[in-house]
Ligand binder design. Structure first.
Ligand code: UT7
Length: 333
């Protein structure tokens, strides 16, 4: 069977401050009823000023390292997935390296938004299976609450997002017991760049930062919610079916589907379109909102910790988001 990538440690961290729909109702023109009905979200966590995305990643990483029972000096590579880095450049992977006091190992940032975790997992898998690196720290973290538009123009997005991070320690396993990552399948279609994006800052503008861009709200994330919704409902099931086909498996083999937590209605529709019963679709958006790259590993960590996921079960992960990018991954737990 050869080497497989396995998860030796996994955990997540969300900042302590909980923001409910009722809190949002006081800040902007929205309602608890609208948010629950259209998204399924009840509350989310927001970081305090002074906390950066790399801090959320570090908190999760410390817990994952402990879960793996690892000496941090054994980590030989870092992969970080985020669309909300502490700085425009450099990325957060190297900030995690410094903050955790790791050796001068390589740190790679992945920019594939809601699909970032799947892209990161896929890259880690190549390094692990080829033996290039032995213990990879993968972090996926987002801090979106610091840049949301609470006006009517931005309210479709500002009610969705939450902050949080997750971390995994990945290593090789050649025991042949069938456990581990079975495959990752990645897709993109860049024709849809401006359906879900943060338009500015842009290198096409000279100078990049212009006062009118602030006045026009161009530094806020924007999306065409309906187009994103429709494509997410189509592409995630397609990616799952594609991966199952590549692996010679069927939907009946899936024990749990962990979709990117974009909107609870999307997750339910993806489950339905795959003809999976409701209890097989893991959903925690109610309590965390959409944490973009962190959403799948947070849901995975929570489901493992609660005892829902058991050894030998087949997990199908799927994501869709800005780009558009989408994909699937399959793990035998
Ligand atoms: O991670 C991937 C990124 N994002 C997603 O996957 C999100 C995908 N899209 C969605 O989840 C949904 O499109 C939304 C939840 C964002 C919006 O739901 P919708 O059912 O598509 O609503 P809509 O955009 O068609 O808006 C319906 C109405 C509009 O009012 P009018 O024009 O009918 O009077 C909006 O202005 O709801 C209004 N609206 C709101 N009302 C209260 C939009 N946002 C809000 C809000 N509170 N937060």
């Amino acid at each position: 069977m050869g080497k497989r990538t396995v998860i030796a440690g996994l955990d997540f961290y969300v900042p302590p401050k909980v923001v409910t729909n009722l809190d949002l109702q006081k800040m902007m023109n929205t309602s608890d009823e609208w948010i629950r009905e259209r998204t399924g979200i009840i509350e989310r966590h927001w970081a305090e000023p002074g906390v950066g995305t790399s801090d959320l990643a570090c908190q999760a990483a410390l817990k994952a390292i402990e879960k793996a029972g690892l000496d941090k000096n054994e980590i030989d590579f870092i992969i970080a997935a985020t669309l909300s880095p502490d700085h425009y450049f450099p990325g957060i992977g190297l900030m995690v390296q410094a903050k955790l006091g790791l050796k001068d190992i390589g740190a790679l940032d992945i920019r594939d938004q809601c699909s970032g975790f799947l892209y990161a997992l896929s890259v880690a898998d190549q390094y692990i299976r080829t033996g290039t690196y032995k213990k990879i720290l993968l972090v996926a973290a987002e801090l979106q609450s610091a840049n949301l538009d609470f006006s009517d123009e931005g309210r479709d997005m500002s009610v969705l997002f939450g902050d949080g991070g997750a971390a995994l320690i990945l290593e090789a396993d050649d025991s042949g017991d069938g456990r581990g990552l079975l495959g990752c399948y990645l897709f993109s279609d860049g024709r849809f760049v401006n359906e879900l994006w943060m338009e500015k800052p842009s290198s096409r503008d000279n100078p990049t930062f212009q006062p009118e861009f602030f006045r026009q709200g161009k530094f806020f994330p924007r999306m065409n919610g309906r187009a994103v919704f429709k494509n997410a409902c189509e592409k995630m099931p397609q990616a799952v079916l594609y991966g199952l086909n590549q692996l010679g498996l069927t939907v009946a083999d899936i024990d749990y589907l962990i979709p990117h937590q974009a909107n609870d209605r999307i997750s339910q529709m993806v489950g339905r379109s795959l003809k999976l019963s409701e209890e097989k679709v893991i959903r925690n958006i109610q309590r965390y909102g959409n944490t973009t790259a962190a959403s799948i590993p947070i849901a995975l960590a929570e489901a493992v910790q609660s005892g829902l996921i058991k050894k030998g079960q087949l997990l199908a992960l799927t994501a869709f988001g800005s780009g558009f990018t989408w994909g699937s991954a399959f793990i035998r737990w």
